[in-house]
Write a protein that binds this ligand. Structure first.
Ligand code: SAM
Length: 282
């Protein structure tokens, strides 16, 4: 089935009087091959319900409707959300009933008309990481996904401990699943063209680390450790622990060298630190 190209996207935008805005990260894909590549890399089962964040003018939505049983599309821009059903009816006549359009902020959405098992999205770049983390936390049935983000953010999400770009997004994402870089996308497949390349990230959910600490407690350790990235864990976690002595104690009990830096620890290390703070002093 045909996908939207540059001509259709321009025409739809003209009809709606849409001027893409930077604040909402509105860069629309105008290339059918890119859509096919994203959909293929997402490995969608024909029976799945897919969550798409930011359907925009519908480029990716049409591709997803070819591959999935149902699509739930969450869009913050009321003009784009209102128009999407009509675009689907026009370009995928039998599929109008297969897509729920939800007018909402993906950073805050807590309920959806159907429970999605996959997240596939060309994300608004300025909020990509918080959107992914929020959705993984809020919708546990999301089992896998494929997102397009700034290339540099893709590298960060998929970074292993010890690598240069390993940081808060890498560790927090690893709480939920395994993130893998799945390709680079050039700038000229978008209208308007962004100034930087995009990257694809594929993820598979796994069980969270086995720990008695809550996710919030573990994430607090991660935030503290990376807020002062160049410091030793002993120093960086002093505020969190209520003093450097207490930080050192928690680290030693977690089996972690207090002079190490946070950038070498994986999610399990952070979970052990959070857990060891809960233990009574020996
Ligand atoms: N999926 C379309 C495509 O690939 O051509 C558009 C992708 S564009 C990069 C990002 C889309 O996300 C825009 O349609 C924008 O309006 C929408 N958006 C921005 N912030 C959002 C938010 N917080 N929640 C939901 N949608 C958002």
């Amino acid at each position: 089935a045909p996908l939207l190209g540059a001509t259709e996207i321009r025409r739809l935008a003209d009809e709606l009087g849409v001027r893409p805005t930077k604040t909402l990260g509105q860069n629309f894909v105008i290339d059918g091959n890119t859509i096919r590549r994203i959909v293929a890399a997402a490995h969608i089962d024909p029976g799945e319900t897919v969550l798409e964040v930011g359907p925009g003018l519908g480029s990716l939505t049409l591709g997803l409707l070819d591959a999935a049983r149902h699509v739930v599309a969450v869009e913050i821009d009321p003009v784009l959300a209102a128009r999407l059903p009509e675009t689907i009816a026009r370009f995928r006549p039998g599929k109008a009933a297969s897509c729920d359009v939800v007018l909402a902020d993906a950073l805050r959405v807590t309920e959806l008309p159907a429970e999605p098992s996959a997240l596939v999205a060309n994300l608004p770049y300025n909020v990509a990481v918080p959107v992914v983390l929020h959705l993984l936390a809020r919708f546990p049935a999301l089992r896998h996904g494929l997102v397009m983000v700034q290339d540099e953010v893709a590298d960060r999400l998929a970074a292993p401990p010890g690598s240069k770009v390993y940081g808060v997004p890498s560790v927090k994402a690893a709480w939920y699943g395994t993130m893998r870089k799945a390709g680079v996308i050039g700038m000229n497949v978008f209208w308007p063209a962004p100034k930087i390349a995009s990257g694809l990230v594929a993820f598979e959910r796994h069980e969270p680390p086995a720990t008695t600490a809550s996710r919030e407690e573990v994430f607090a350790v991660i935030d503290a450790a990376f807020a002062q990235r160049r410091k030793t864990l002993r120093a960086a976690l002093a505020g969190w622990a209520g003093g450097a002595i207490h930080a050192e104690d928690a680290l030693l009990r977690a089996g972690i060298d207090p002079t190490a830096r946070g950038e070498v620890l994986d999610i399990h290390g952070f979970a052990r630190i959070a857990e060891s703070k809960q233990l009574p002093l020996a």
